[in-house]
Write a protein that binds this ligand. Structure first.
Ligand code: TXE
Length: 482
């Protein structure tokens, strides 16, 4: 078995797993195995940690300017290989090539470049005790840190984690999802070419419950940055907390989208198609619960259904495709399970929700037509649980108070969207909605300097800007008496 073997990147070399075992890696567009990934375990993680420990003193000591130079070279190479990376991302995840080209890969480059430059401006405080002493705060890198990322935005979220960690002077043991390892593998080759010193970044591929768990359990890994499901986040926290590790958990969402009658209708409905079905709804920030003020409920519903039906589902490599394949057979089954549940809970599926067979070579792919449902109570499972697929539910509301109660009526609190021309109302709701991110008359407009993360079961901590650099450093107060 030689074709398309993904390798671990440990101590600056590309190697198979110690076990010599391989896991199948599927192409979601046709359901075929197209590559293999190392079935890594604690032995591989141990080797990665040793390499990271060895690399830490020179990497943390080489200075921000040098780290900026090398990280910027990595970003340059990502830019140069944007098309190769986009093709690989779509092959691995099933997402439409247009999404890989316009979202995933450009944002991966931006993540690296942003933190390569942010570290040049990262300062800290000092506190003056007049006539007595001066205090200054050092923000020092932690050492060896762990980064575990999911399958929905593979290179985008992988780089979102490793970039601040590396910029701050840490060395990293990282594990991408076993469902979408390819672009992280291609990134390891880019790191070699960019001259990233051996052991600064180590990528260990494999199962969450084996390689991932070994990273979480390793005593020398002092901080963990994780993005994934809330259930998995709970497991990680239970393992890491008694070991006093720093934890950043970006978990699931069940995000509300509030559409008031005084909104800019065209902007609201066209953006809502995107916020509902971008990346097949496999973005933790998608607005899957859409609440519409009653006077425009039917008009908005009918227009949203019309535009949803017009979305092209099929070959991820066709430029005209809007909705590629879902990431795995199991995930499509999970999403279809929720559609069956929606009907059982009394909902009406207004469009979509059917598996699609594009025929020919794509016959075995995991395609699903995007679905809109109505007639479900806010408290039912369909409206309470994260589906993470191309499924949204609609509900009317009459007052601002009711809209807020509906929006806040779930255990999640990641992002929210508000469509209204009444800026006072938008600000009132933004202040009271239980979410870490509020978009007003827009969606997924991202400034990387802003705090990113959620409340309640959507996670712990914030990523982005100085929040991320503070997470990946330890603050030390030094008090100097005159
Ligand atoms: O995530 P997991 P999955 C949600 C979404 C999705 C659900 C499960 O609802 O359906 O989570 O998706 C690694 N110790 N989101 O299964 O399991 C795993 O290998 C250490 C929302 O992909 O959380 C992968 O690298 N690591 C989310 C990563 O954790 C473990 C995006 C995520 O896998 C582990 C993705 C363990 N015990 C899914 N078990 C978002 N917020 O964007 C798994 N992993």
């Amino acid at each position: 078995m030689t074709e398309q073997q993904v390798k671990n990147y440990i101590g600056g070399t590309l190697v198979p797993a110690h076990s010599g075992l391989w896991l199948d890696n599927y192409n979601p567009s046709n359901g075929q195995v197209y590559s293999y990934i190392p079935d890594s375990n604690a032995e591989d993680v141990q080797q990665a940690v040793e390499a990271a420990e060895k690399a830490f003193p020179p990497w943390s000591g080489c200075g921000a300017q040098e780290r900026y130079r090398i990280m910027n070279s990595i970003a340059d190479l990502i830019a140069e290989r944007r098309e190769e990376l986009a093709q690989a991302e779509s092959m691995d995840s099933g997402k439409a090539i247009g999404t890989s080209r316009s979202v995933d890969i450009p944002r991966a480059e931006a993540n690296i470049r942003f933190f390569a430059t942010a570290i040049l401006h990262f300062g800290s405080e000092s506190h003056h005790m007049e006539g007595v002493a001066v205090n200054y705060t050092l923000r020092q890198p932690i050492g060896v840190v762990g980064c575990i990322s999911p399958w929905n935005l593979p290179l985008y979220l992988f780089t979102w984690k490793i970039a601040p960690a590396l910029a701050a002077g840490n060395c990293v043991v990282a594990k991408p999802s076993e469902l979408t390892p390819m672009t992280a593998f291609l990134l390891s080759k880019i790191c070699l070419e960019a001259g990233l010193p051996p052991g600064v970044l180590n990528i260990v591929h494999g199962l969450g419950s084996k390689a991932g768990q070994a990273i979480v359990e390793h005593p020398k890994i002092k901080a963990l940055s994780f993005t994934g499901g809330t259930a998995t986040g709970r497991i990680l926290a239970a393992t890491a907390a008694p070991m006093f590790k720093k934890l950043s958990l970006e978990l699931g969402g069940k995000n509300p989208n509030l559409v008031f009658a005084d909104c800019d209708f065209e902007k609201a409905v066209s953006t809502t198609v995107r916020s509902s079905f971008a990346n097949n709804g496999q973005i933790c920030l998608c607005g899957s619960r859409i609440y519409i003020e009653r006077p425009i409920y039917e008009k908005f519903r009918d227009e949203l259904v019309r535009r949803t039906k017009a979305l092209k589902v099929g070959d991820p490599f066709d430029d005209k495709t809007d909705q590629g394949a879902l990431v795995s057979k199991q995930h499509r089954e999970k999403v279809m399970g929720y559609l069956a549940l929606a009907k059982k809970e009394g909902g009406t599926i207004l469009c979509g929700g059917e598996p699609i067979d594009p025929g020919g070579a794509l016959s075995g792919g995991y395609y699903l037509s995007p679905a809109v449902a109505e007639g479900l109570p806010n408290t039912c499972r369909t409206n309470q649980e994260e589906i993470f697929g191309p499924v949204v539910t609609l509900q009317p509301f009459d007052t601002e108070e009711e809209a807020l109660a509906l929006a806040n009526g779930v255990v999640y609190g990641l992002s929210s969207t508000i469509w209204t021309s009444d800026i006072g109302r938008a600000s009132r709701i933004a202040g009271r909605i239980q979410a870490g991110i509020v978009w007003i008359n827009c969606w997924l407009l991202r400034d990387l300097r802003t705090p990113f993360g959620g409340v309640k079961n959507s996670g712990v901590g914030r990523e982005g800007g100085t929040e991320a650099l503070r997470f990946f450093t330890e603050a030390k107060n030094v008090c100097v008496r005159y």
